[in-house]
Design a protein around this ligand. Structure first.
Ligand SMILES: Cc1cc2nc3c(=O)[nH]c(=O)nc-3n(C[C@H](O)[C@H](O)[C@H](O)COP(=O)(O)OP(=O)(O)OC[C@H]3O[C@@H](n4cnc5c(N)ncnc54)[C@H](O)[C@@H]3O)c2cc1C
Length: 441
């Protein structure tokens, strides 16, 4: 199996089936909630390595960056030097972090290291914070004043958050928990500490934001938790979008039937400010008080993208890229993958992993004197838990559209679960373990 075939299979969903056993959302019902490592077995050891040579630096060792570093080394030959720079020694998965809020998963079970990227694949891992990029001199500068040269640079820094007036001064009392970490634990404790009849208020920013179904999934999981433990408690969802932004049929059913009487959903509501002293949100629909407030701020590309002049050229927030290689449309030699770019694909971990492989393949071709694949394909599968034991799923295949220069959903290649089921819930863990194994192991 050559590299192009590998990526095409990934895009068509066939490899997703190989990797995940449930890429199309159907079949299988094995329940595996452990932190698994499988997945890499799908990569054929007969893949020919590239003759590319050069130094590639990857900034950010999350879903996109870890995958890119791994597959550059896997597909690249001995002439390729790959360095991954990441500020945290442990990666905390956002995926499934809504289950931490309900006590169904621990933070430790969602933690990953970069150890195998170095010990198995030969990626040089440097722990540090990249403070500045010098595109002309082709160097990255770290906060500790060291610097490293590159021939090609991949930026995968994820997202940064807008400031919401009142949120910073609230400290730990009001958190968004939209970046898994200490805030996730804080929010879990706040929910557990709610009284009967308590009110949980969450806000959803306008699209595009990280993980389109994620906030609706969170509303469902919190509602499911509260209704069996805190009689009369309520979840109020204030959505800045005109309607549910992802899997509308699934979440309308969840809000109106599964969690009827617990979830109150309001569309088109924007947030102006937060008053931590009265636990009140000032919104376009008036003042709204909650016992627990969970405002999810609007987002933009991770700081290193916005701090590099010219890169954030999509609405001043996201990095414009040529999706055949993920090379910046502004600065040659710099590629941006994952949530930080402004492509037409969703900001999701599965797509970040797929973009990373397209980008790795393109860089290897370029460094070997060739051109990127002119027709890249990616795919995304996403599971959304609806209750403590049921989930829904959605899958989409994207193909390159030369007329618009964008990735477009391939007609007839999308699918959505007809209902939330126990089988889907079990499949979700198989999908997750294989995606994380494909990224970090
Ligand atoms: C609650 C929730 C649920 C989700 N559920 C799903 C799901 O079910 N399915 C799905 O596909 N996606 C899901 N997502 C979305 C998914 O987590 C993101 O889309 C994905 O993590 C994006 O990958 P990334 O590599 O772009 O960013 P990240 O995974 O955030 O990685 C960015 C990395 O870059 C590092 N970094 C940033 N700046 C620097 C710097 N200057 N120097 C060094 N290192 C730096 C960070 O420390 C981080 O490790 C969910 C998100 C949330 C919040």
């Amino acid at each position: 199996m050559d590299r192009r075939k590998f990526i095409t299979l990934l895009g068509s969903g066939t490899l997703g089936m190989l990797l995940n056993g449930c890429g199309g959302g159907g079949g299988g019902s094995s329940s595996d909630t452990s932190t698994g490592t499988g997945g890499t077995g799908a990569v054929s050891p007969t893949i020919p390595t590239s003759s590319a040579s050069g130094r590639v630096i990857v900034v950010g060792g999350g879903m996109a960056g870890a995958t890119a570093a791994k597959f550059l080394r896997l597909w690249g030959g001995s002439g390729l030097d790959v360095t991954l720079i990441e500020r945290d020694r442990q990666y905390q998965s956002n995926i499934l972090s809504n289950l931490v809020l309900t006590g169904q998963r621990s933070m430790a079970s969602l933690a990953y290291t970069h150890d195998k990227l170095s010990s198995v694949y030969g990626v040089k891992v440097v722990y540090g914070n990249v403070a500045e990029i010098d595109p002309a001199g082709k160097r990255v500068h770290l906060a500790d004043n060291s610097s490293l040269p590159y021939d090609r640079l991949i930026l995968a820094p994820g997202i940064a958050f807008d400031t919401l007036p009142g949120l910073e001064s609230a400290g730990d009392r009001i958190v968004h928990a939209w970046q898994a970490g200490p805030q996730t634990v804080t929010l879990q404790q706040q929910i557990a500490g709610m009284n009967a009849g308590g009110v949980f208020v969450m806000t959803i920013p306008k699209t595009p934001y990280r993980c389109p179904p994620g906030p609706y999934e969170r509303a469902c999981m919190v509602a499911d938790y509260l209704k069996t433990r805190k009689a009369g408690a309520k979840v109020i969802v204030l959505d800045a979008n005109a309607s549910i932004a992802a899997e509308p049929a699934t979440f309308e059913t969840a809000f109106n039937f599964t969690h009827a009487g617990v979830i109150e959903y309001h569309s088109g509501v924007t947030i102006n400010s937060i008053d931590p002293s009265t636990q009140t949100l000032d919104t376009s629909a008036g003042l709204i008080r909650g016992d627990v407030l969970n405002p999810i701020p609007p987002q933009r590309a991770g700081t290193i993208v916005s701090n590099t002049a010219g890169l954030a050229n999509v609405n001043g927030r996201w990095a414009g890229v040529d999706v055949r290689s993920y090379e910046s449309t502004a600065l040659a030699g710099i590629h941006i993958i994952g949530d930080a770019n402004g492509s037409t694909q969703p900001k999701a971990g599965h797509i970040a992993n797929a973009e990373a492989k397209v980008c790795a393949d393109a860089i290897l071709r370029i460094l070997a004197g060739g051109s990127p694949d002119p027709e890249p394909v990616t795919n995304s599968a996403c599971y959304s838990p609806i209750t403590a034991s049921t989930a829904s799923w959605l899958t989409v295949v994207f193909g390159y559209d030369s007329a618009t220069g964008t990735m477009k959903a391939v007609p007839g290649a999308a699918g959505e679960a007809s209902s939330a089921t126990r089988d889907n819930y079990d499949d979700m863990f198989v999908w997750f373990n294989n995606l994380m194994g494909d990224t970090f192991a």
